[in-house]
Design a protein around this ligand. Structure first.
Ligand code: IPD
Ligand code: CA
Ligand code: CA
Length: 261
C-alpha cells in the first residue's frame, strides 16, 4: 500500500528539480496539438518519479504524460496505478510564470485512492486519501461554502484543442456573469486544489488528460467538493475527460450552464 508521506517526499524532491531548471528554452520540443510543448525537465521529472515510486511500490503500474499512452488497460483494474503529470503547467514553466505543479494520482483496484499535488514555487503540498480528508502542508482543508455569486470561478481553456475554443468562451462568459471574477492559472491540478482549499468556487475545462485531474479531483472530493464532467456525469478515472468542479456551497441550480447551442 503506498505510504502517502513517502509520496509527498518524492513529489517535493521532484519539485526541486523544477526549481533548479535553467536554460529551459534550449530543450523545448513540440507535441501533438496547438502550442503543446515538452521540455527536457518534463521528461527528467517523470523519469525521476517513475524510478522513485517504483522503488516504493515495485508492483505498481504507471501512466505518465510524457510516455504518451493514455489508455487504461484491463490490468489497471487490480492493484496500484500511478497517474503522473511531471509538470502540470508546462507553458507557465517555459515562460517563467512560476506556477506549475507535480501531480501524482494513485488508483487502487481502479478507484481513486490517493493524490498529491505539489507547487514548489508556493511550497504548498496538497494531499488526500480516499475517506480520510484533504490536506495542505499537513493541515486539513475544506472547499468553500459560498455561493457562486460570492466566489471566483476558474476557466480552463483546453489550449491544445482549438476546436473547443468557441464553446470554452461561451461557457466562460456564462460563469463570468455569475461570479465575482474569472481566473485562469495554466495548471488544471492547481485549479482543483484552489477549489479544495476554498480559494475559488467553480472550475471547468472541456478536455483534460487523465494525469491533469487524477490527483486534484480526489483532493477536491475529499475537501467536500464535487467533480463531474461538463454534462454532470461522474468522472470516469479511466482517461481524458471534461471537468465541471464545484465547492461545497454551490448547488446544481446555480452552476449548470444549460446553454443554448
Ligand atoms: C495543461 C494545464 C492547463 C490546462 C490544459 C492541460 P500541461 O497541462 O493543466 O491548465 O488548461 O488542459 O493540458 O500541458 O501544462 O501539463
Ligand atoms: Ca497537465
Ligand atoms: Ca504536463
Amino acid at each position: 500500500m503506498p505510504n502517502l508521506d513517502k509520496i509527498i517526499k518524492i513529489a517535493k524532491e521532484a519539485g526541486e528539480i523544477m526549481l533548479s531548471a535553467s536554460h529551459i528554452e534550449t530543450s523545448v520540443d513540440s507535441k501533438e496539438g496547438y502550442q503543446n510543448f515538452v521540455t527536457e525537465y518534463d521528461r527528467r521529472i517523470q523519469e525521476f518519479l517513475f524510478e522513485e515510486l517504483k522503488k516504493a511500490e515495485p508492483e505498481a503500474h504507471f501512466l505518465g504524460e510524457e510516455e504518451g499512452a493514455e489508455q487504461f488497460l484491463p490490468e489497471y483494474e487490480k492493484g496500484i496505478l500511478f497517474v503522473i503529470d511531471p509538470i502540470d503547467g508546462t507553458s507557465n514553466f517555459i515562460e517563467g510564470y512560476n506556477l506549475s505543479v507535480v501531480s501524482i494520482g494513485i488508483l487502487k483496484d481502479g478507484k481513486p485512492f490517493q493524490g498529491v499535488v505539489y507547487n514548489p514555487y508556493a511550497r504548498e503540498c496538497f494531499s488526500a486519501e480516499a475517506g480520510k480528508g484533504a490536506f495542505c502542508n499537513g493541515k486539513r482543508i475544506q472547499s468553500s461554502d459560498k455561493s457562486l455569486m460570492d466566489s471566483l470561478a476558474i476557466i480552463g481553456t483546453s489550449p491544445y484543442y482549438k476546436e473547443l475554443e468557441d464553446e470554452v468562451f461561451r461557457i466562460g462568459r456564462y460563469y463570468f456573469d455569475r461570479c465575482i471574477d474569472l481566473r485562469r492559472s495554466g495548471s488544471a491540478a492547481w485549479d482543483l486544489c484552489c477549489l479544495a482549499s476554498g480559494r475559488a468556487g467553480l472550475y471547468f475545462e472541456l478536455r483534460l488528460g487523465f494525469w491533469d485531474y487524477a490527483a486534484g479531483a480526489l483532493i477536491l472530493s475529499e475537501a467536500g467538493g464535487v467533480c463531474t464532467d461538463i454534462e454532470g456525469q461522474e468522472i470516469s478515472y479511466r482517461g481524458p475527460s471534461s471537468m465541471l468542479a464545484v465547492s461545497r456551497g454551490i448547488k446544481d441550480s446555480d452552476y449548470f450552464p444549460n446553454l443554448p447551442a
